[in-house]
Design a protein around this ligand. Structure first.
Ligand code: NAD
Length: 266
């Protein structure tokens, strides 16, 4: 298999599908890729959020379409990949980013319904995405980036199901990377530390309501967890995803890229 042409690392005209593109890290990544000329399919369980994100990007001259997609539904994932092929004729990259983090208790207190929900979205969702995306990329290769977390690399107290789901994303990523390497499909994860998004805000409010710590105390603690002394921004994760999707990372596959301000260095 030949390496890509040296220096050809732009995402211009690359067709990329993003899940969970209506908010947070997914939306920030869509903005970065659109600015570089990528052609995007923005998928989200919230169709209005996906459409709004696409509309906003089109207003800047970018090529972006939206589709409603629940990552836990095989037919909806299959249809989103098909819609991307219909719209643009190919699929070069995918950012499987949709995920939830809803638990906030020790394992004895967590309901099995919540465990199943976390696993369905964070694990089955990524698995279904890779299943349909690898088939669409098999003829020409591509790059898949899955959002894991620092909770995919180390433990996360009061979030055992979430940490289990993100460790599963890491395991699936390594396995699929090995399965499809000879077809030039690279598969990697980004593992963010705490990133300032709606998800982070919901977690802080929930923990404060449950009486674990005040919002202010949590914000101080979150900043102090990262050796860089602050939480991350969605745009900083987007930069790492951009690199993994592009040929700048052409010899990188099965890798877990921590974007965590040094959190897992200690
Ligand atoms: P967010 O809640 O701000 O955005 C998530 C998006 O995913 C939303 O638009 C939501 O509608 C969509 N979504 C939820 N369930 C879906 C489903 N079943 N099908 C399709 N779309 C669905 O979250 P975020 O902070 O941007 O997180 C994105 C990813 O990053 C998640 O996988 C999360 O676990 C991971 N992550 C976040 C942080 C953080 O601190 N924010 C840290 C590490 C990892």
């Amino acid at each position: 298999m030949n390496p890509p042409a040296p220096g050809d690392t732009s995402l211009k005209d690359r067709v990329i599908l993003i899940t969970g593109a209506g908010a947070g890290i997914g939306r920030a990544t869509a903005e970065l890729l659109a600015a570089e000329g990528a052609r995007l399919m923005l998928a989200d369980i919230d169709p209005a959020a996906a459409e709004y994100a696409a509309e906003t990007l089109r207003a800047t001259g970018a090529e972006a379409r939206a589709c409603a997609m629940d990552v836990t539904r095989d037919a909806q994932v299959r249809d989103a990949v098909a819609a991307t092929l219909d719209a643009y004729g190919r699929l070069d990259g995918a950012f499987n980013n949709a995920g939830i983090e809803e638990e906030n208790d020790k394992v004895a207190e967590v309901d099995e319904v919540l465990f199943d929900r976390v696993m369905a979205i964070n694990v089955k969702g990524v698995w279904l995405c890779m299943k349909h995306q690898t088939a669409a990329m098999a003829a020409h290769g591509g790059s898949i980036v899955n959002t894991a977390s620092v909770a995919g690399l180390v433990g996360a107290p009061r979030r055992a199901a979430y940490a289990g789901s993100k460790h599963a994303v890491v395991g699936m990523t390594k396995s699929v990377a090995a399965e499809y390497a000879r077809q030039n499909i690279r598969v990697n994860t980004v593992c963010p530390g705490i990133i300032r998004t709606a998800m982070m805000e919901r977690a802080i409010e929930q923990a404060a309501r449950a009486g674990y710590a005040s919002e202010e105390k949590q914000r101080q603690f979150h900043a102090a967890m990262h050796p860089l002394g602050r939480v991350g921004e969605a745009s900083e994760v987007a930069q790492a995803v951009r690199w993994l999707l592009s040929d700048a990372s052409s010899f990188v596959t099965g890798h877990q890229l921590a974007v965590d301000g040094g959190l897992t260095a200690l």
